[in-house]
Design a binder for this molecule. Structure first.
Ligand SMILES: Cc1ncc(COP(=O)(O)O)c(C=O)c1O
Length: 395
């Protein structure tokens, strides 16, 4: 059964003035853009209009922001890792030289020659680790990436091909976060985590700031503001970046925001159901095929932002992700399991009888325009081929 929660904590204008939420100010100032524009291979990702799928689904319009080609690493994650690692390098450069590092100097070999070597490390279900390894390779620095031991071999291979060392951990993504933090403390490595936890709050803010480039690009690409925007949720970083952008730009008139999680690791929905305003561990086993969303604990920085800005939370079973991968494929979009999560949420909203109250709350129908984000391409090509070749079953 899919689940939903209509968020009674949503505010038209949430208060994000707490000092630890300073990243919301960076997003407002678009602090990450000069770096991204200086990176080799940067180009806005396409916004695709899918009139055929919109008609099939009985919607006015369906738009897909397609991140599957971002920087050639098949997911949006390079936006976050690159900006966070730039800030780290910039600080080290200032300490060494007393001079500001310009964005175009980020990967300059002359900068590398002056800086002390640094080993970057991260925990990942795939895409974030690949993004950290990709950035570290451009900087000529080593990276050590911690992954759950049941990760698809293709995803491990992508990271190793960036020259990083992969360490497999018996357990979940959250066990990898702990193993990464412990190893970094012992070895003096630089952690680049996409999730904020007690004692580690700064870098995830830069990562979320990096993600906000997606929404800056959308502002230029959209001719009208969509009625509904679906955002995928693992630790909540991307959803927080989207929510901040929408609140800052549109205030109370923002699109209705919907967060989509796997039923098996719905840490935001589960936390809101508990209802004390605090983040809690997910009730599920974190075994979803939506590997990038298999996160058992909300990021401490993303939590208050998402909690106060989002209209509806959904938790969907894996079969919706597989249906969404096939629907994307039929309409020319390559989308992996996690990448398809927002379309999965939309399909469930429109087709699962138990979600009818959420559908009504959002006003979904023939006059509604909906925006989803395809956050990932076929990062596990074998499973993608299996899923997209399968016949469509009953919903
Ligand atoms: C493809 C994909 N989509 C969505 C997400 C969710 O992002 P976040 O963990 O910031 O909520 C991830 C996270 O790794 C991902 O890899």
């Amino acid at each position: 059964m899919a689940r939903f929660l209509i968020n009674s904590r949503r505010r038209d204008l949430p208060d994000w003035s707490a000092p630890e939420l300073a990243f919301t100010g960076l997003i407002r100032r678009r602090a990450q853009l000069p770096l991204h524009q200086a990176l080799p291979g940067y180009a806005p990702t396409p916004l695709r209009d899918l009139p055929g799928l919109a008609a099939e689904l009985g919607l006015g319009r369906l738009l897909v922001k397609d991140e599957s080609g971002r920087f050639g690493i098949e997911a949006f994650k390079g936006l976050g890792a690159s900006f966070a690692m730039y800030v780290v390098v910039r600080e080290r450069w200032f300490e060494a030289t007393g001079r500001q590092l310009r964005p175009e100097e980020f990967a300059d070999p002359r900068v590398r020659a002056i800086l002390r070597p640094v080993t970057f490390t991260a925990a990942t279900d795939g895409n974030h680790g690949r993004a950290v390894a990709w950035t570290a390779r451009q900087l000529g620095q080593p990276a050590v990436i911690f992954m759950p031991q049941d990760t698809a071999p293709a995803r491990i291979g992508h990271i190793e091909r960036e020259g990083a060392q992969v360490r497999l951990v018996a357990g979940t993504f959250d066990d990898c976060v702990a193993a990464c933090a412990a190893a970094a403390a012992a070895e003096g490595w630089q952690v680049i985590a996409d999730t904020a936890y007690r004692g580690y709050l700064e870098i995830p803010g830069f990562i979320m700031t990096g993600y906000s480039t997606i929404f800056v690009e959308l502002t230029a690409q959209l001719d009208t503001v969509p009625d509904v925007l679906l955002l995928p949720v693992g630790v909540g970083g991307l959803a927080a970046a989207g929510a901040v952008h929408c609140v800052q730009r549109h205030g109370a008139a923002r699109p209705r925001l919907v967060c989509v999680e796997p039923e098996d690791s719905a840490c935001f929905l589960d936390s809101l159901e508990i209802g004390d305003g605090e983040p809690h561990a997910a009730r599920g086993r974190q075994q979803s095929v939506m590997a990038g969303l298999n996160c058992g604990v909300p990021s401490l920085l993303a939590w208050p932002v998402v909690r106060d800005a989002v209209d509806v939370f959904l938790a969907v079973e894996d079969r919706w992700a597989e249906k969404a991968m096939r629907a994307h494929h039929r309409h020319g979009v390559t989308s992996g399991e996690s990448g398809a999560a927002t379309l999965a949420g939309l399909l469930a909203l429109l087709q699962a009888p138990e979600l009818a109250p959420a559908r009504d709350h959002l006003g979904l129908g023939p006059h509604t325009s909906v925006l989803v984000i395809n956050t990932e391409g076929a990062t596990d090509p074998q499973n993608w081929a299996r899923v997209t070749a399968a016949a469509e079953g009953m919903p």
